[in-house]
Design a protein around this ligand. Sequence first.
Ligand code: KIV
Length: 265
Amino acid sequence: MPSVTTASLMQMKQRGEKIAVLTSYDASFTARLEEAGVEVILVGDSLGMVIQGQESTLPVGVEEMIYHTRCVARARRNALLITDMPFMSYSSPRQALATAGRLMKEGRAQMVKLEGGTIQLETVRQLTGNGIPVCAHLGLLPQSVHRLGGYRVQGRDEETARIMREDALALEVAGAQMLVLECVPAVLAGEISRSVSIPVIGIGAGPDCDGQVLVLYDMLDITPGPLPRFNRNFLEHTCSVTAAIATYVKAVKGGTFPAEEHCYQ
Ligand code: KIV
């Protein structure tokens, strides 16, 4: 696989070719993701829950994100490497620039991801203006779990759906080069994916997004406790981690994942 860039991902969207994304937090799993042809690797702050055993992503710090990003960067070959900006590390454009600069210089991230719509527009402009590629994140925002009152599907009523549509367009205009939609009704996610020219990556957002992402430990069924409806255990009918990841890539590219039972109305 040739090196994945923001430009090559845009071309995949234009060709209608689905993009396979997974999280990774260390070098060994990253090597398996590369072998399987995953195009984008996300060092998600989900590491707070699946690696550190925290109840949410909120306690994760910048140093921890830098550490895991550097571990992943050592094994990354061709996939695009995105890292999450942790909670309260981007509450002003100035703070966001400092955090993103460290994630790229010390962690060797190639893009940073941040959660939020209108409130993040100035930050997205500042980051992209300084040469830092940004992936936006709308829908269920895990860093806002306490404000949202739980991990719930977002955009089910007309007003919140309208705001999400407008936020997606505004984030693209501000310079975001990718958008993650989490726990969004499939019809709304499809509309948003068609309305923007940047790749839209869904997690619990239906089959009409330009690509899919899952938390690696969830799709390998390692995470303790009940898993969200949008997850599928890809290890179940395979004999190795590598085969499970390859099955995921094939299912995303072939449009068989997510299926109806993984989607929200
Ligand atoms: O932290 C994470 O792993 C994420 C994905 C769920 C998109 O943000």
